[in-house]
Design a protein around this ligand. Structure first.
Ligand code: BES
Ligand code: ZN
Ligand code: ZN
Length: 504
């Protein structure tokens, strides 16, 4: 479970076990408390310690509201009381967030072993234990590979986490699957966090090759191939960079029955300066995260492969760097896309849609997929509209849109659907070419999605604008991540595939 095939990240030594009862005294015992200072029944405490806890609770403001924490250092073992909220209303997402919070707390101590007692409440104990462990695991992720001066006392100490619950065996099974998702999320975050002088189209493609060890068929379409094929759009965006673009195809064939695959496409702009339509300098560094769509797709493939999911999925990502240069593409250029449609470039910073036009057309034309979903950090406008709460969802198919929405709600990676209409579509007609890469003004996320729709043919398709979700900027905390990079999309896509396509 602790193997990281990319070797990118220092591996946390934390081991999770699930037991019906506590067999050894841990350094810390974590106990949920429900709102109104309600301790769960059958807490594994001696009568003396229980009396101490009750006495402290009576004197403290801590009431058991979701998110509260109260450590008691003088009991043996030391105890952390965790506010779980209303006993009949707490959700699995609250539990995962408490897992993350507890991990954060424990990192501030010297604890090596910890036990967590979990009863059944509005969430069944096995689900609660798995979610809690998942939250701890996700918080334990720390991208510190470039820190050379970490002090010994700041290095992770926690080794053993024991979850104590009635349905321990079932929790272990659930956590096994959650661990595959966590590994996917870690790859997603690793790719996002990697600086853009290290992660470029070439090195990103090399990292996808690592998935071959898990049985994924990885094909890299290099720039010369793209040129021969006529993928002039992705090539144009990469013209200003010294690292040429490429398209990576990752095929997970988990179902021998064959049939058409389910396709996922990703925008993989490893750095977006805006090109000749140069972005302002402030926060430009954040554009290293402009490959969040490609990272999400790659991570999904990893999770499916780890889980040996019985489904055929193809992931296609367009990797490119958008740089200003004497050779860079210009506002005013007209490109002949892979689909044959001509594209007038009015702003070289609206490059994501240009890249995806070739990726989407190639994917539907080559694989004739059952459905096609693309993920892209496509527009700043989607952050204005939906903040860091929802990804923007656009689709030409109501059933598909509803399936994705349901999966998002289920795993707390929410999406909100926005409209596509003929009127918006008209807004991207070009005077001199078939389509232009810039809308007439307002509704920027919608006109970007309209542009993509021109390259999907009749395929049932959905587009997720994840600009606000892949990365949380300064000041906004994610419940499960200490870094700006959240790893959004892995869990959503895995849940969607599982609910919709998994063979029994
Ligand atoms: N990568 C950006 C979108 C983005 C902005 C992602 C902020 C994350 C945070 C995209 O390529 C872009 O620059 N879009 C422009 C489009 C405009 C030129 C029509 C934008 O959103 O401003
Ligand atoms: Zn851009
Ligand atoms: Zn971009």
């Amino acid at each position: 479970m602790n193997t990281d095939i990319n070797g990118l990240r220092r591996i946390s030594m934390m081991r999770f076990t699930f037991q019906k009862s506590m067999t050894a005294t841990p350094d810390f015992l974590c106990l949920p408390v429900f709102e109104g200072k309600v301790l769960p029944k059958h807490c594994p405490l001696t009568p003396e310690v229980l009396a101490q806890v009750t006495a402290v609770l009576a004197r403290q403001k801590f009431s058991g509201k979701h998110g509260e924490m109260l450590p008691l250092y003088t009991t043996d073992p030391q105890i952390v009381l965790m506010g779980f909220g209303k006993e009949k209303e707490a959700t699995i997402h609250d539990v995962a967030a408490m897992g993350a919070k507890t991990q954060r707390f424990l990192e501030g101590t010297l604890a090596k072993t910890v036990a967590v007692f979990l009863p059944s409440f509005s969430v069944k104990d096995d689900v609660a234990a798995s979610e809690f462990a998942f939250g701890m695991r996700l918080w334990s992720y720390n991208f510190d590979k470039y820190k050379t001066k970490t002090k010994a006392e700041d290095k992770p100490k926690l080794e053993n986490v024991t979850l104590v619950l009635e349905n321990a065996a079932s929790a272990e099974t659930l956590f096994q699957e959650a661990s595959f998702v966590a590994e996917g999320i870690f790859l997603n975050r690793d790719l996002l966090n990697e600086p853009c002088n290290i992660l470029n189209p070439k090195t990103f493609a090399e990292r996808t090759k690592e998935l071959e060890k898990l049985g994924v068929v990885v094909t890299v379409l290099e720039a010369e191939t793209l040129r021969k094929m006529g993928m002039n759009c992705i090539l144009a965006v990469g013209e200003g960079s010294k690292t040429p673009p490429c398209i990576v195809v990752m095929e997970w064939k988990g179902c021998d029955k064959g049939g058409k695959p389910v396709a996922f496409c990703g925008k993989g702009v490893t750095f977006d300066t805006g090109g000749i339509s140069l972005k302002p300098g402030s926060k430009m560094d954040e554009m290293k995260y402009d490959m969040g769509g490609a990272a999400a797709v790659t991570s999904l493939i990893k999770t499916l492969a780890l889980a040996k999911a019985k489904v055929n999925v193809v992931g296609v990502i367009g990797l490119v760097e958008n740089m200003p240069d004497g050779a860079a593409y210009r506002p005013g250029d007209v490109l002949v896309s892979y689909s044959g449609q001509t594209v007038e470039i009015l702003n070289t910073d609206a490059e994501g849609r240009v890249v995806l036009s070739d990726v989407l057309w190639y994917t539907q034309d080559t694989y004739k997929p059952q459905i096609m979903v693309d993920l892209a950090t496509l527009t700043g406008a989607i952050i204005t509209a939906l903040g860091h709460e929802f990804a923007g969802l656009f689709s030409n198919n109501d059933v598909l849109a509803n399936q994705i929405t349901a999966a998002g709600t289920m795993v707390d990676e929410k999406v909100w659907r926005l409209p596509l209409t003929a009127k918006f579509d008209k807004g991207i007609d070009s005077k001199i070419a078939d389509v232009k890469n810039l809308g007439p003004g307002a509704a920027g996320s919608i006109t970007a999605a309209q542009f993509l729709q021109r390259f999907v043919g009749d395929t049932p398709w959905a587009h997720l604008d994840i600009a606000g979700m892949s990365m949380f900027d300064g000041g906004i905390d994610h419940p499960l991540s200490r870094h700006s990079a959240t790893g959004y999309g892995t869990r959503l896509l895995y849940q969607f595939v599982k609910d919709t396509y998994l063979a029994g």
